[in-house]
Design a protein around this ligand. Structure first.
Ligand code: NAD
Length: 285
């Protein structure tokens, strides 16, 4: 069995630190607050939002979920975001994706004040990440959580060959920037990449965010590769699997399990970003 990276444990450790930061903020009279906007009745989105709300409550972070029917107008959502931008009790604003087709996701993300943009999707924050700017700015939580996880297992990424498969704005692109900022040599592969097998065979660290069950076999990777499986795929029989197939008994490779790898890190990192935004707001109040 390939050695497993314990995302659950690293996420629990992170939550202990977050809980202590929340206590300190509350002692100063500041309760961190996150608002989550959920549009429509997609069951997976409902579960994600519930999990985020539960995590916030457990840590003493105020959470507000605002739901809209799938038929809601863009204007209505924008008006709500404007209200949340102006509300001092709210430090973090998140719009759960996907949004219905008639809503322009870019308009919505751009309307969130950059200093409350907990997902790090606003162009201002994306730009800061890609420029490797000094100072604090929120970053996309899934890749940031992966960086925290990697730190435990590959403390120094300098000069490592890192391969990111999938180039979404949610995972692949910010992942590329974060690995680059950590001085790895990064390759970003996508559906038009021609020599993927060759790239896989030479990578020290591989991040797979494609959304296809068993897309990558561990046997295709180096004997000491570290593989992060971001994929969450539901098979017809109801089983939850990632993008990676572990076909390497007794290997020295490292792999994140699904579930129990990247997922718990994403939620814990979202909470981490929320309290960091609250800390920033308390400094500038
Ligand atoms: P997406 O569909 O937006 O992007 C998928 C990417 O994969 C695209 O850039 C595409 O070019 C690439 N791709 C598709 N086929 C390919 C191929 N044959 N070769 C190389 N690249 C190919 O997906 P996403 O939002 O980035 O999510 C990816 C997966 O990660 C999904 O399963 C999603 O559910 C999961 N996810 C998990 C978490 C978590 O917290 N665990 C967070 C976000 C996304």
């Amino acid at each position: 069995m390939t050695k497993l990276i314990d995302g659950k444990q690293v996420a629990e450790n992170l939550k202990v630190q977050i809980a202590s930061s929340v206590k300190k903020l509350i002692a100063l009279g500041i309760t961190p607050g996150i608002a989550v906007i959920l549009v429509g009745d997609d069951p997976a989105s409902q579960i994600y939002v519930r999990n985020k709300q539960r995590a916030a409550e457990k840590l003493g972070i105020d959470s507000e979920v605002i739901t809209f029917p799938a038929t809601v107008s863009e204007e209505k959502i924008l008006a709500k975001i404007n209200g949340l931008n102006a509300n001092p009790a709210i430090d973090a604003i998140l719009v759960q994706s996907p949004l219905p087709d008639h809503i322009d996701e870019h308009h919505i993300q751009s309307a969130i004040a950059p200093e409350k943009d907990v997902d790090g999707f606003h162009a201002h924050n994306v730009g800061a990440l890609f420029a490797n700017s000094e100072g604090y700015y929120p970053m996309a939580n899934t890749p940031r959580g992966i960086m925290t996880l990697l730190k435990e297992y590959v403390p120094d990424l300098t000069g490592k060959n890192a391969l990111v498969i999938g180039r979404s704005i949610l995972v692949g692109r910010p992942m590329m920037a974060m690995l680059n900022n950590a001085n790895a040599t990064v390759t970003l592969a996508h559906r038009h990449t021609k020599n993927l097998a060759q790239l896989v065979a030479t990578a020290d660290v591989i991040i797979v965010a494609v959304g296809k069950p068993h897309f990558l076999k561990m046997s295709a990777a180096k004997a000491d590769a570290v593989v992060i499986d971001v994929g969450i795929n539901r098979l017809e029989d109801g089983q939850l699997v990632g993008d990676v197939l572990d076909d390497m008994p007794d290997s020295e490779q490292l792999l994140t399990p699904v579930p129990g790898g990247v997922g718990p890190m994403t939620i814990a990192t979202l909470m981490q970003t929320t309290i960091e935004l609250a800390q920033q707001h308390s400094i500038f109040e």
